[in-house]
Ligand binder design. Structure first.
Ligand SMILES: Nc1ncnc2c1ncn2[C@@H]1O[C@H](COP(=O)(O)OP(=O)(O)OP(=O)(O)O)[C@@H](O)[C@H]1O
Ligand SMILES: CC(C)(CO)[C@@H](O)C(=O)[O-]
Ligand code: BAL
Length: 286
């Protein structure tokens, strides 16, 4: 959706290594934002985005002949009139329009907090895929539920494209890069690093051989607990952190793996988590 960072550029690099012609799409899709979400505030940094892509292109040109083949042949940055040619886009749950819905995956986890989100994503990706007709599409593991949902959509609708999912690029303290990170003030920015610490510590015990779903999830919870207990629910004084979910799921359909079950190491599992941060009222105990 633009406001490009290293995470996005990594998707482009992968695409350039694996394809001859690469299109980069930059479009802030209104239908995936709920009515009270941040569509109007979403960061837009078009000039900086073009600079970053130019630089990446130059780097690739210098490496040409060393196993890199691809070229960025276009930036697809459509208007909303082009993407929604008949009815204006709606974010209302009961709004009218031509939509693609993928359930039950789209109703769970992030879909439960953001009820129109995955409908908007599936709809706009169908449009993007129809316009560009790509052999391969590149998505980030950061938005793992989105990637699983798109894979499901491609399969169910026989869309002739391969979905490639690229590992998450992180800041030095572990926080996943994200265009919306610019909205976090300095202290809240520090606070939210608890999320990546929790996920990475759960991953490390799995990598050391722990297969119990309950143990893996508990490891993540423990990281939050250590921090939250210190501050009576308020972490580092900047705001309150509330855990929305920490769930271990299967990789293909995102069904929950119960705490009593074990992860099948031949399949792996997805640990996804979301937190909500609230600013404390001025009168709150700091
Ligand atoms: N840190 C990252 N590492 C790898 N891929 C990423 C990263 N951040 C985003 N992506 C991927 O880039 C694609 C475009 O994402 P998008 O434009 O929504 O950026 P974003 O940083 O995820 O924004 P937001 O902050 O709104 O979630 C998605 O497939 C997303 O998963
Ligand atoms: C998949 C996507 C491009 C749809 O607008 C968006 O949700 C994103 O960038 O992650
Ligand atoms: N990267 C996901 C896009 C969104 O949260 O709207």
């Amino acid at each position: 959706m633009g406001a490009l960072h290293e995470g996005h550029l990594e998707l482009v690099r992968h695409a350039l290594r694996e394809n001859s012609d690469v299109f980069v799409s930059i479009y802030v899709n209104p239908t995936q934002f709920g009515v009270n979400e941040d569509l109007d505030k979403y960061p837009k940094t078009w000039v900086a985005d073009m600079d970053k892509l130019q630089r990446l292109r130059k780097d690739f040109d210098q490496q040409r002949g060393k196993g890199t083949t691809g070229e960025i042949v276009g930036i697809f940055a459509p208007t909303t009139r082009v993407m929604y040619p008949t009815l204006p886009p709606t974010s209302e749950i009961d709004g009218e329009g031509s939509f693609v819905t993928i359930t039950p995956i789209g109703k769970w986890l992030e879909g439960s907090s953001r009820p129109v989100f995955f409908r908007g994503v599936a709809t706009v990706c169908t449009k993007l895929f129809n316009v560009v007709q790509p052999d391969r599409v590149y998505f980030g593991q950061k938005d793992i539920q989105q990637s699983v949902l798109i894979k499901r959509m491609v399969k169910d609708f026989h869309i002739p494209t391969e979905v490639r999912v690229i590992p998450t690029i992180r800041e030095s303290d572990g926080l996943a890069m994200s265009s919306r990170n610019v909205f976090l003030g300095k202290r809240r920015r520090n606070d939210v690093s608890v999320l990546s610490r929790a996920l990475l510590s759960a991953r490390s015990i799995y990598n050391m051989g722990e297969l119990s779903a309950g143990e893996i999830r508990r490891t993540a919870f423990q990281i939050f607990d250590e921090v939250l207990q210190k501050k009576d629910g308020a972490y580092l004084g900047a705001g309150k952190i509330e855990i929305d979910y920490i769930v271990l799921t299967k990789t293909d359909d995102m069904t929950t793996i119960d705490d009593e079950a074990e992860v099948d190491p031949s399949e792996g599992a997805i640990l996804s988590a979301a937190i909500k941060t609230h600013k404390l009222k001025k009168s709150a105990n700091r």
